[in-house]
Design a protein. Structure first.
Length: 726
């Protein structure tokens, strides 16, 4: 009754204005059609207040299946604030409730036809009798964050004067409609019975699954507030809960971070080798510079190399070397890492103060080869004037072809020659190989592109067309950079890319692939000389040379690697082994081991690998010495271990050095300790091993994470099981 009175009072001014005939208007002739006047009735909000609501509820007495996607605003304890307004869970539309489900079905039919069809098909098959429920018993509950305006004089279950913030009240027309913007509050949806205690467990599982989705794919937390995402979750699963952005950032992600941190601490405490660090520098979309620090080590109960990311730190350009020392010291304390056990750092940064801080700690800083090749190819090739001009022309040609029907012809040509790579491949400057592949595709489609540019009416300016000289530049760049691309691919595709690969790879580049040939053009010769000189200079430090030399000799795949000219000053394995034993002591032989040890694989024929040795030579197989190990001097024992190591059959390139050494632990108990000190990851982080497309996507998403979440999200992402086990 109150509702009808309210409507009649509000419509009364309108009825009076339309029913009265204006004075002085003649009734003869055609009557002019009177226009409906706009009523400028302002809502009386003097007796209302804004109240936050956290849930959407539906009484259980409402049995209509359409209530699956609708609810009333309610408080945190489930008390309904108003039944005059209902909210659609799928699109968050708010509209008046007319005490029936007609408008519910009309809304589903106009906005969500698929959900309505599935809902009605399911309800028609359900022939079970409807259960009676109490008047105030709630059937459905939805968590939501928003605000609602309620009348101060009546805050019971049903509020006649209620305005949900951000929604247009249907009583007002005219200027009010133009001045009020629709603001639908962010929602999280959950269907559950209030008395169902198991829903807390379900909600936590769903929340963790959504958080895992956000972190694994490096989405921004804002995605949970998107209408499409909420509609997807509500369609796929009911009951389900979508945590809000605030809850995700302030509660769930920090909780998962602490859980992951405990797991990483347990792994570090179970280390059986020295530690090595990887430090990678990168820029975010706002041009702030970060460094990401990872640690590499071996575990007692696992084979292979363990890779754990420790922290992502914002780089202050004014931070001094002493301040960096303090940050690194705190980092080691927080992760229970003894600084004396850290020997090497894989360097992929340009910060001079950080470099000085690491050197004061006595670490050996080894440049990351992939990082150095990125800088070399970008600055010494793609950003030079000659190459940049041609690259700009290529980008212009591909852009204009992309917006022309000629793209179909190029795609057809790809199918003919069975080229599966996309013609318009996406470039990402932070990964130089994307630009290389871009130019490589131009060379592959040279004739097709020239034909399209000459025959189609695309509208090229004369300075935009590629000349024969430009095509020669592209071919020189692709040919010269090909071995560098193969080097990056080799490191990325290696299951465990160890530091022992660096010296053979660099030696092959500088002595063979980057050696100037008589038929090289001026550009190709210049690029080769620049690359070879820069690589030689980057790895010319005596400490770096010594570490790489010993690491290569202790890799059974390269134990016969020849010493090049000028390396006579580098120590031998025996010298390094004696130095280690004098400092740390020796390991006595196991008394259970036999006096005579014969390799069981000596009589077997070595398996022939499909891949040749890196240096193109076959190592000689030496016979294993048969010596009585008891009552031997320390020097004789060390000599015996070295002789046994050198006599072992050289494994193929596919064999893992870590697995090989685990089988040699009983023969070379001291030498294996030296080898473990040189089991260092060759990359600055695990992201460099991602396939090119995934790596590009990872870098783009990483750059968009805000400063408050970047450390925790990258930490959890990198330290999941599938991302950090080698």
């Amino acid at each position: 009754m109150n509702r009808s009175n309210k409507i009649s009072i509000e419509l009364n001014p309108f009825l009076q204005s339309t029913s009265q005939t204006p004075s002085g208007t003649p009734n003869n002739g055609k009557k002019k059609k009177s226009k409906r006047p706009y009523t400028k009735i302002q809502p009386d909000r003097s007796n209302t207040e804004t109240v936050s609501y956290q849930k959407l509820v539906v009484p259980k007495r409402m049995h209509s299946p359409y209530w699956k996607y609708f609810g009333f605003p309610a408080s945190d304890i489930g008390s309904i604030l108003t039944q005059d307004r209902i909210i659609c869970i799928l699109c968050k539309k708010q509209f008046a409730y007319k005490s029936n489900t007609t408008n519910l079905r009309v809304h589903l039919q106009s906005r969500h036809k698929t959900e309505l069809m599935v809902l009605e098909m399911g309800s028609s098959k359900d022939g079970s009798s409807k259960k009676r429920h109490g008047k105030n018993e709630l059937m459905l509950l939805a968590t939501s964050e928003g605000q609602v305006d309620v009348n101060r004089s009546n805050c019971r279950l049903k509020q006649p004067d209620v305005y949900i913030q951000g929604e247009i009240n249907e009583q007002f027309v005219g200027e009010n409609v133009a001045n009020i913007q629709e603001q639908t509050p962010p929602m999280s949806v959950i269907f559950q019975d209030i008395d169902n205690s198991s829903n807390d467990v379900i909600n936590k599982l769903v929340s963790d699954a959504i958080t895992d989705f956000v972190i694994t794919d490096l989405h921004l937390p804002d995605i949970v507030e998107g209408k499409g995402f909420q509609r997807l979750i509500a369609t796929l699963r009911s009951p389900c809960e979508i945590p809000g952005k605030y809850k995700l950032e302030q509660c769930i992600i920090p909780r998962i971070y602490e859980t992951t941190r405990s797991t990483v601490l347990n792994s570090i405490s179970n280390s059986c080798s020295t530690f090595a660090l990887g430090i990678e520098e990168w820029k975010c979309s706002s041009l702030n510079v970060y460094i990401t620090i990872s640690v590499f080590f071996q575990q007692l109960d696992k084979e292979g190399l363990c890779i754990k990311q420790l922290a992502t730190i914002l780089c202050n350009p004014n931070r001094t070397a002493n301040e960096w020392c303090g940050i690194l010291g705190s980092l080691f304390i927080n992760w229970n890492i003894n600084i004396d056990q850290v020997k090497t750092v894989i360097k992929a940064f340009t910060n001079n103060n950080l470099d000085a801080a690491l050197r004061t700690q006595g670490f050996v800083l080894i440049p990351c080869l992939i990082y150095e090749l990125q800088n070399l190819c970008t600055k010494s090739c793609f950003e030079t004037e000659e190459v940049l001009n041609v690259l700009t022309k290529c980008r212009t040609v591909s852009a204009k072809l992309h917006h022309h029907n000629a793209l179909t012809s190029v795609t057809f040509q790809d199918n003919v020659v069975q080229v599966f790579n996309s013609f318009l491949s996406r470039e990402y400057p932070q990964i130089w190989t994307t630009t290389y592949h871009y130019l490589e595709r131009f060379v592959q489609r040279k004739e097709t592109i020239k034909s399209l540019c000459n025959t189609l009416d695309i509208g090229f300016f004369p300075h935009e067309l590629l000349t024969d000289k430009d095509w020669s530049v592209i071919e020189d760049v692709v040919t010269t950079l090909e071995p560098l691309k193969v080097t990056v691919t080799t490191l990325s595709e290696e299951k465990i890319p160890l530091i022992s690969l660096l010296k053979p790879l660099i030696n092959q580049l500088t002595s063979h692939h980057l050696k100037v040939k008589p038929n090289d053009s001026n550009l190709a010769a210049s690029l080769k000389n620049t690359f070879a000189n820069e690589l030689h200079w980057k790895y010319n430090n005596i400490d770096v040379q010594t570490f790489l030399h010993i690491a290569t000799l202790l890799d059974p795949r390269f134990k016969d690697f020849p010493m090049t000219e000028g390396e006579e000053h580098l120590p031998t394995i025996k010298q390094e082994l004696v130095k280690m034993v004098e400092t740390e002591g020796s390991v006595p032989y196991d008394t259970k081991s036999n006096a005579t040890e014969i390799d069981p694989d000596v009589s077997k024929k070595p398996r022939i690998s499909g891949i040749g040795f890196l240096l193109g030579s076959v190592a000689n197989v030496k016979s294993s010495p048969i010596v009585n190990k008891h009552n031997m001097s320390l020097e004789d024992r060390l000599n015996l271990e070295i002789a046994q190591y050198e006599s072992e059959r050289t494994p193929c390139l596919e064999e893992c050095p870590l697995m090989w050494w685990s089988r040699m632990s009983s023969k070379c108990q001291n030498l294996i300790r030296l080898a473990r000190k040189h089991f260092v990851y060759a990359l600055s982080g695990s992201s460099s091993k991602l396939p090119l497309e995934l790596q590009t996507l990872y870098y783009i998403k990483r750059s968009q994470i805000n400063q408050d979440l970047v450390d925790k999200m990258l930490f959890i992402n990198a330290n999941t099981v599938e991302n950090n086990c080698s």
